[in-house]
Write a protein that binds this ligand. Structure first.
Ligand SMILES: [Zn+2]
Length: 127
């Protein structure tokens, strides 16, 4: 590989964490971003994880939000407003006050619509 035949200067690189110059490992090559220092490698790993979580918000973040959204242990009376099962403050911190208002009010419309249809419904057959 061409880069490995380069002069000394090309093989020296500045550590992305501590800023010291270091000699690249001949086989790790250009991907190496930090000197061999344990703290620098640990910090590099921490930054890579943080970047990954920003890039890939996907399943993990989504799952944790869903868990926090549902209020655990809420004992809703039969027929009571099901919106009490949602932690609306968690929802607001995730999507903002405007989206919270839209979702909460839309849920309210659905709750009232269902309440109306339950009252209007004839008794179910066989019960
Ligand atoms: Zn370093």
């Amino acid at each position: 590989m061409a880069w490995s035949k380069g002069g000394r200067r090309e093989r020296r690189q500045r550590c992305a964490v501590c800023g010291r110059l270091f000699h690249r490992h001949p086989r790790k090559g250009l991907g190496q971003r930090t000197c061999g220092g344990r703290e620098c490698q640990r910090e590099r790993h921490r930054r890579a994880c943080a970047e990954w979580h920003v890039r890939e918000p996907g399943p993990d973040r989504d799952r944790r939000l869903r868990q926090r959204l549902l209020k655990n242990g809420v004992n809703r009376r039969p027929g009571a407003d099901p919106r009490v099962e949602i932690d609306w403050d968690v929802a607001e911190s995730a999507v903002g006050a405007m989206v919270r208002a839209v979702v909460e009010e839309t849920a309210g419309v659905l709750v009232r619509w269902i309440e109306g249809s339950v009252v209007a419904a004839p008794p179910a057959a066989g019960t």
